[in-house]
Write a protein that binds this ligand. Structure first.
Ligand code: ZN
Length: 192
């Protein structure tokens, strides 16, 4: 298993649509090794998720994992390791929330991205088993962030108010307490 280099905003691969993985490819040792590399890379970088585009690959797969007290996102509800292959995502109602996000491909920048509060996510796991799940709140935001990557979309595109861009240091100093209170209230209301 290898830690792969993560590309940053401006690399055209982040603006391309990742291509569906066939059943044969999904089962292949090469693809399975790539999934392991994505997981290893996400964990090494301390990310909550990582999409193939971010390691300059256009296979339609992303990984998500949020442990308790995540180093970058300690306020996020835990998400067990989830491999999403050929995912699609649909809002299940019209409610949105502004979620303060960062991205491993956008070093030292955060901003308030508009996200659907409740979504249905359809995907295959790494064994090729289909899943259809409802995700809510910050967890819904995490899934939207990763599926966006696979569609060539970045969180920057979801920021409605550019005055909310901030460095991680300024988030800690000026914005974290208010955001965490807002995020906790959202999760308490809608779950994850
Ligand atoms: Zn990202």
């Amino acid at each position: 298993m290898s830690v792969l280099p993560i590309v940053t905003v401006g690399d055209p691969v982040l603006r391309q649509r990742a291509q569906a993985v066939s059943a044969d490819e999904l089962a292949s040792p090469g693809f399975q090794a790539f999934v392991d590399d994505l997981i290893t890379t996400m964990r090494a970088a301390g990310g909550a998720g990582l999409a193939a585009n971010q390691v300059a690959d256009l296979r339609r797969v992303a990984v998500i994992e949020v442990g308790a007290n995540h180093p970058r996102y300690p306020y996020k509800p835990a998400i067990p390791l989830t491999v999403i292959i050929n995912p699609s995502i649909e809002p299940i109602d019209s409610e949105t929330a502004m979620i303060n996000e960062g991205c491993l491909s956008v070093p030292d920048l955060r901003g308030e991205a508009e996200r659907s509060v409740s979504v249905r996510v359809d995907y295959l796991d790494r064994a090729g088993v289909p899943h259809s799940e409802i995700r809510r709140g910050l967890t819904a935001g995490t899934f939207q962030h990763e599926v966006d990557h696979l569609n060539g979309v970045m969180f920057l595109d979801r920021v409605r108010d550019p005055t909310t861009f901030m460095t991680w240091e300024q988030f800690e100093t000026h914005h974290k307490d208010a955001f965490v209170a807002r995020a906790r209230a959202l999760v308490a209301r809608v779950g994850s």
